[in-house]
Design a protein around this ligand. Structure first.
Ligand code: ADP
Ligand code: MG
Length: 491
């Protein structure tokens, strides 16, 4: 394992980070009621009597949500509990009409998973997961609509959350950020959570402490609800400096909950551990334990899709891609689908590996740049995968040079036209006719007698000049390999 210690004037420090992630289950209805879950509905329009906690209402567990937690647990290689229990976590808050949150404290549905992250030096590291439990979300209090009133929106009340808790295994901002990137990707592949941090369907609490290497872990601060990966990095960097500064001036770090302020990039105290509540957890008498069978777990296991790391390995093995290229292609849900559609439509290539590599380069280079500029996701690409394949096939057949292909690509992005049609209309076909090319080369040689002399007297570097002149005279259409060969022969 690599160590990323921090060195200051007083010596070395080690950073310790553990994450608590709230992932909203991608379910049409809530964990214990049939009310719809939906982002940005009108306030208090998605609230059943259960969510509003009217007396006498009884919760009924949503099987689909259980399945999503099991799926997630299996994908993170956890142990699925055959018997898990919902507990009441008691506290008062205006947006919690029940007066308790139904959660899993003593017997969570998943224990002991892990996730592999990529370190900056190219190595991988295993981050252990302590538990995943299911719980309901609270409503929302809105304090900024009226000078002396607060508003309550219960739409979110009762929505299912998976709380994923890691062991304190991370040692830097990079590791914590990569963990969240990897986790977000797995959740999206599984479809168990949208994992949109800006819509709040993935929320991260960052626990962080510092200590001298070789000594016990330090006291941690917990930064609540950090809502972007970049902010996680900023919050951690700020905390590292704050905590080290405290300890180096003989003060201590308080165990407290802090808030990240995105506008200043700093954290500030929200409440200290002294105010920590006693939640008086006890099993919810309205709900029976969740009892799962091995058979059920096996069925869920078999339904898991290919996960990002598996896909990456397959792309490296089957298509000969580098680890880096494969990582780029699998880092969202749609790109690998697009890529494999391109591959399916590649025709007439002798070297399959070369073709697969070229397709990967065009997607992560030209296509990503163009989509980025147009602010489009790849599933909305103006160039369908079949058409990108046609373009690459023209390169493979020698009809287009890489340069001409880029020109055709530009037109395709704007018009969505077929590459063949563009090539015909604009007369962009590469000149691969030996006679025609020889005539152009002869002309270049005739036009540049002095350069020819210098070249012949040993100035090898001038070769590029002749290639450039020939290209120019051909209007960019000359077949580059053939020019090289003809020039070498004629000079
Ligand atoms: P609590 O139940 O009080 O929140 P836990 O032991 O469940 O405490 O830990 C919560 C989170 O804090 C976990 O993600 C864990 O990895 C992390 N954590 C625990 N100890 C430390 C520490 N000394 N420094 C940083 N993170 C820590
Ligand atoms: Mg906690």
């Amino acid at each position: 394992m690599t160590h990323s210690f921090i060195k200051t004037a007083t010596g070395l420090w080690e950073v310790v980070i553990g994450l608590e992630v709230h992932a909203q289950v991608k379910s049409l209805s809530k964990l214990f009621s049939g009310a719809a879950t939906s982002f940005a509905a009108d306030p208090n329009t998605k609230v059943s009597l259960v969510d509003a906690a009217l007396p006498g209402m009884l919760p009924v567990v949503n099987k689909f949500c259980i399945e999503q937690a099991v799926k997630t647990g299996l994908a993170l290689r956890g142990d699925i509990a055959l018997h898990s229990v919902f507990d009441r976590k008691n506290y008062f808050y205006a947006d919690l009409p029940q007066g308790y949150q139904i959660s899993q404290f003593y017997h969570p549905i998943v224990r002991n998973g892990f996730l592999e992250i990529d370190l900056e030096n190219g190595e991988t590291k295993t981050i252990h997961i302590e538990r995943i439990h299911l719980e309901q979300d609270a409503g929302k209090s809105i304090h900024d609509l009226h000078p002396d009133k607060s508003f309550i929106d219960l739409n979110r009340s009762g929505t299912a959350l998976m709380e994923i808790v890691t062991k304190p295994d991370m040692r830097s901002a990079h590791e914590a950020m990569d963990f969240i990137k990897k986790l977000r990707l797995i959740l999206r592949y599984l479809g168990s959570c949208d994992a949109n941090m800006d819509e709040g369907s993935l929320r991260v609490d960052v626990n962080i402490s510092v200590h001298r290497p070789g000594t016990p872990f330090g006291t941690r601060a917990e930064i609540k609800n950090v809502n972007s990966i970049r902010f996680i990095g900023q919050a951690i960097d700020h905390e590292i400096n704050r905590q080290i500064a405290l300890l180096e001036s003989d003060q201590s770090v308080d165990q407290e909950t802090r808030l990240f302020d995105a506008s200043s990039g700093t954290t500030r105290s929200m409440r200290s551990k002294e105010d920590a509540q006693d939640y008086r957890y006890f099993p919810d008498p309205d709900l029976r334990p969740i009892v799962l069978t091995e058979d059920y777990i096996q069925k869920v296991q078999e339904s898991l899709p290919e996960l990002p790391n598996e896909k990456r390995t397959r792309f490296m093995e089957d298509y000969g891609l580098s680890r880096y290229d494969a990582t780029v292609l699998v880092s969202d849900l749609e790109t690998p689908l697009y890529y494999e559609k391109v591959l399916k439509n590649l025709k007439g290539w002798k070297d399959q590996i070369e073709a697969a590599k070229l397709a990967s380069n065009w997607i992560s280079g030209e296509l990503f740049a163009a989509l980025n500029e147009k602010n489009l996701s790849i599933d909305k690409s103006p160039i369908a995968p079949e058409k990108l394949a046609q373009l690459l096939n023209l390169i493979g057949e020698g009809k287009l040079s890489g340069r001409l292909a880029k020109d055709v690509f530009e037109i395709m992005i704007e018009t969505g036209q077929e590459p063949e049609k563009i090539v015909d209309e604009k007369g962009l076909v590469q000149i691969s006719d030996t006679g025609a090319l020889e005539a152009i080369v002869d002309q270049v040689i005739k036009d540049n007698p002095k350069m020819v002399e210098e070249y012949k007297s040993g100035k090898d570097k001038l070769f590029g000049f002749f290639v450039g002149q020939t290209m120019k005279l051909s209007g960019g259409k000359a077949n580059p390999q053939m020019i090289n060969e003809i020039l070498k022969r004629k000079l």
